[in-house]
Design a protein around this ligand. Structure first.
Ligand code: HEM
Length: 124
């Protein structure tokens, strides 16, 4: 399997994931019915699966024992949990907006971990 192709897919899925997340979070905060559309509900799962599967393949190819990869996996779980509060589980628009901001910050931190190959992310 071509490493750069998988990496390209991984990065494209990551970009799509955050763009779709921000749109859905905005719709959730404002109570837009478009959020309930079938394609809007399914597409993020497909994209996030591609993101994760490509990440795991890359990790296997370069050796998964590096601490920054574990950091990414853990923070991906945080991104997902906080993300579901922003889009579904948060009871008030204010809670959902706060969760959305935290999720975006976690995502930005993960990108820093990826770019610098360091758990300290942009602070390395
Ligand atoms: C929200 C989650 C994630 C985001 C936003 C993300 C983002 C990125 C980005 C932007 C790169 C390219 C870095 C660069 O070379 O400049 C990358 C590479 C990579 N990611 Fe992820 N990633 C995520 C999740 C994961 C997960 C869960 C894993 C492992 C299971 C993973 C494993 C990797 C690996 C191994 C590379 C290759 C690094 C390299 O060749 O330099 N990623 N990721």
């Amino acid at each position: 399997m071509d490493y750069f192709l998988v990496k390209q897919l991984h990065m494209s899925a990551a970009a799509l994931s955050i763009v779709l997340f921000i749109i859905r979070a905005a719709w959730s905060i404002t109570g837009n019915a478009l959020l309930q559309t079938r394609v809007v509900k399914i597409a993020p799962h497909v994209i996030d699966t591609v993101l994760l599967v490509c990440g795991v393949i890359l990790a296997i190819m370069i050796g998964p024992e590096q601490p920054w990869i574990l950091t990414k996996i853990l923070l991906l779980i945080v991104y997902i949990v906080v993300g579901t509060i922003a889009i579904k589980r948060g009871k008030t628009p204010r809670t959902r907006a706060t969760a959305a901001l935290i999720a975006v910050a976690v995502f930005a931190y993960i990108v820093g971990v990826a770019v610098n190959h360091d758990s300290m992310s942009w602070f390395a």
